[in-house]
Design a protein around this ligand. Structure first.
Ligand SMILES: Nc1ncnc2c1ncn2[C@@H]1O[C@H](COP(=O)(O)OP(=O)(O)OP(=O)(O)O)[C@@H](O)[C@H]1O
Length: 775
């Protein structure tokens, strides 16, 4: 370190120490305010709610301040006019009247040059500085000079000019070479210019971000979410943002990024978890998933609903007041027509249907009256009302009508549809016999699968909710809670906890009724966060939706996603070359055309930050065999470590894999290793690796030092080291096998090793004709 650098470091340390002091004071003040609200209340339910809201607000601020502790400040911009500004996780101002800005939030417009200024376009920046701070200590600084005017050719500052086009190259490479933790981290310190453009892109409309493996699509999508919540807080905080990922392991992997950026109004979900009350756990074959994912399934569900509104050919007769009432085809068709004209969903149109039936039946009763002995006494409108009420509560009539136009839940509709060959034939005449048989054989009985969820969602849209049932359920729920609250009060009374004056130990019990208790509980419910409320409500519409690994969604899944965001403010990130789901996408245009025509924007990420050049060379050869027209992203670094390839016999494959895993782990350090296997070898390899390496575990536990996974599970994840087992089998096991292989070889940040039993894979070695003859 030169003397000048030492002085600079000391100066920065002084600034950083002051900044942390300010942060500490902000924390203390927030704790004080929060605790004031603990004591403050005027005693009314309304006052208590106000107090709780204020308390929750301060508690959240405290969480944000605590989160900012790590890497509070990471950069500084010095402008050509002599001003300087530090950049960090949040905006911080000095105390006192003048409120000078000490730290600029990375998302603020003025912080943008930190990420995008270059020597060619310096945007008024003279010097960009990256600060590396650990536990409040400035460990190092690295500078880039962007405004070179007036510098002599031998000025040392010129040596620090980046020739690679990367922003903050030293800090970036340090971040990329660091060992992985099993959880994704944020990249606020080193966002690159092409990424920043996407992060700060306009919120309106649909933005598709295509990019090869490791180009930072997930990182960009999450930082964009944080940026949008910061910039459009007013609109987005209330509606929330939905982030969709391919599986729960992936969501766990990315789960810490947004909280570390201070954002919580976000729901993370798979498509399979978007239907509250249903956990899509059943596994089904990719052939069934492809069928259920096709767009014509929307028509099947619509037909299935219509099939539950069918008028029988024969007349139904019901006994009423000593005579027969006839539910004939004409009467029922008229009621059906009325219900359809209402254009309401099935369960709400059912009310119209029933009303028409009861009106017509009441007229039958009136006719009978006119023709009967009591004809001389005319019926009044009150009499009519009584008859209708009577008819409504007639059990025989209810039973007959609920076979014609039943109240239905989405779950019942979908289960019934796939349980009955006749129903399925009626709803899906355009499917072949073989396709219908496939669906019938995979009928959901107890649990549903991922690809059932879009069908349930479709059904729920067409069925709607029966308002009366919803209200009745709410009343029942409230009654039950009141009953429970009363039993608690009784118990406390009997247990002698209430004092003689009829008050509890805190003088509170005697003043509160069961209804009050329930109201207090409801107030607490109203305090739940946007994310919690949104996640529990199927009809919730979000302010923005992000879809990661968007190439995996089936056409039916896209309908679910589009419903969640009618304003179509979305960021879709993915890579068509990595599509593993047989029902997934092969072109963005065809995915989006049904919803927005050509009205969507496209951005591409071109630099691979994850995989070193030595591994990327292998991936590139596989990519060329998938589609020679696809462009591989350029690797940003190289490690000098070539992938290893080991031939082994089928008998020793599992043993060799376990050995290799143990050896890799023995390299030491905080390393994370994934053993990626074909589905057929998953059990054997998991068992043997766990025997040899106690730290190993199954894939869903991503924070373990060693995990065994299928490629499907590894989608979107990354590890320091990857051992790939029997790649030929990975290719064979799925129609998108080559794409899966491409995903598998692009998961490692440092080392890749391959164990195979057949001949050495052609893509192991460079060969001009490799792409033509890989398989
Ligand atoms: N600007 C950056 N600074 C530091 N690290 C970065 C940057 N951009 C990406 N990375 C890192 O590169 C790795 C790959 O990023 P990410 O997982 O977002 O890529 P991806 O395009 O989603 O990959 P895949 O398609 O394989 O899922 C991550 O470790 C991420 O933190």
């Amino acid at each position: 370190m030169t003397g000048t650098e030492g002085t600079e470091l000391l100066a920065e340390q002084g600034f950083i120490t002051n900044l942390y002091r300010r942060l500490d004071r902000m924390r203390e003040e927030t704790v004080r305010l929060r605790d004031t609200y603990l004591r403050d209340s005027d005693g009314t339910p309304g006052g208590r709610v106000q107090r709780d809201i204020a308390y929750a607000g301060h508690a959240q601020t405290l969480v944000d301040l605590n989160v900012a502790e790590d890497k509070l400040c990471f950069g500084r911009l010095d402008s050509v006019d002599g001003q300087s500004m530090h950049i960090g996780r949040m905006g911080i101002f000095s105390e006192g009247e003048d409120r000078e800005q000490l730290l600029m939030d990375w998302r603020a417009p003025s912080a943008r040059p930190f990420y995008v200024a270059t020597a060619a376009a310096p945007l008024g920046v003279r010097r960009r500085r990256h600060l590396r701070i650990r536990r409040r200590i400035v460990e190092s600084i690295s500078d880039e000079y962007l405004d070179l005017t007036g510098l002599s050719p031998d000025d040392p500052a010129l040596a620090a000019v980046s020739a690679s086009g990367l922003t903050g190259e030293a800090a970036l490479l340090a971040a990329l070479n660091a060992p992985r933790t099993g959880r994704m981290g944020d990249i606020v310190e080193t966002i690159q210019a092409e990424q920043d453009r996407i992060i700060r892109a306009d919120r309106a409309g649909i933005l598709v971000v295509q990019g090869g493996p490791g180009t930072g699509k997930t990182a960009v999508a999450l930082h964009r979410t944080a940026y949008l919540l910061y910039t459009h807080r007013g609109q987005l905080a209330n509606r929330g943002v939905l982030v969709i990922g391919p599986n729960r392991t992936f969501l766990t992997y990315i789960g810490q990024v947004l909280p570390s950026l201070g954002e919580n109004a976000v729901v993370l979900s798979t498509v399979g978890d978007l239907f509250p009350g249903v956990r899509a756990e059943r596994v089904e074959s990719s052939r069934v998933a492809v069928l259920k994912g096709r767009l014509n399934m929307a028509k099947v569900i619509a037909n299935a609903v219509l099939d539950r509104q069918r008028v029988p050919k024969t007349t139904i007769t019901v006994k009423y007041a000593g005579g027969d009432l006839r539910l004939d085809r004409q009467l029922l068709s008229r009621a059906q027509e009325r219900a359809w004209q209402s254009r309401r969903p099935h369960n709400r149109a059912r009310q119209v249907f029933l009303k028409s039936v009861f009106d017509q039946l009441a007229r039958q009763v009136a006719r009978r009256h006119r023709e009967g002995l009591a004809a001389a006494i005319p019926l009044t409108s009150d009499d009519f009302e009584d008859i209708r009420r009577d008819l409504r509560s007639d059990e025989d009539l209810q039973a007959a009508l609920s076979t014609i136009w039943p109240a239905l839940t989405a779950q019942t509709l979908v289960r019934d549809l796939f349980a009955s060959p006749a129903r399925l034939r009626l709803a899906a005449p355009f499917l072949s016999d073989a396709e219908r048989d496939l669906l019938l054989a995979a009928a959901p009985t107890q649990t549903f699968s991922q690809s059932d969820v879009p069908l349930l969602d479709e059904a729920a849209e067409l069925l709607g909710q029966d308002d009366r049932l919803v209200m009745a359920a709410a009343t029942r729920d409230r009654e039950q809670r009141e009953e429970y609250a009363q039993s608690v009060l009784d118990m406390l009374g009997e247990g002698g906890e209430a004092s003689d004056e009829g008050t509890g130990a805190d003088g509170f019990l005697g003043m509160v009724s069961a209804a009050d208790l329930v109201e207090l509980q409801e107030d607490a419910v109203s305090l739940t966060s946007t994310a919690e409320r949104a996640g529990a409500d199927r009809e919730w519409t979000y302010g923005h939706v992000v879809v990661d690994e968007a190439q995996e969604l089936s056409p039916m899944a896209w309908r679910v996603v589009m419903r969640r965001c009618p304003v179509k403010s979305m960021t879709l990130v993915g890579d068509l070359a990595q599509t593993g789901d047989a029902a997934g996408a092969s072109s963005w245009g065809s995915v989006l055309r049904p919803y927005v025509g050509r009205d969507w924007r496209f951005e591409e990420l071109t630099v691979n930050y994850r995989t070193p050049a030595e591994i990327t060379a292998v991936a590139d050869r596989i990519l060329a065999s998938i589609d020679p027209k696809l462009t591989a992203p350029t690797s940003v670094r190289s490690t000098g470590v070539l992938p290893w390839w080991q031939h082994t016999s089928s008998e020793t494959l599992v043993e060799q894999t376990a050995l290799r895993a143990a050896q890799d782990l023995a390299l030491g350090g905080e390393q994370h290793l994934a053993v990626l296997v074909p589905d057929a070898l998953y059990e054997q390899v998991t068992t043997r690796v766990a025997e040899l390496v106690p730290a190993a575990g199954p894939g869903h536990d991503v924070a373990r030092p060693v995990v065994v996974m299928t490629v499907r599970e590894a989608k979107g994840l990354e590890f320091d080291s990857v051992i790939l087992v029997e790649p030929d089998l990975i290719v064979e096991q799925s129609p998108k096998g080559r794409n899966d292989l491409y995903v598998a070889v692009t998961r490692a940040t440092q080392r890749l090793g391959v164990l195979y039993t057949g001949r050495r894979p052609a893509y192991a070695d460079p060969a001009p004709e490799a792409s033509a003859g890989l398989w």
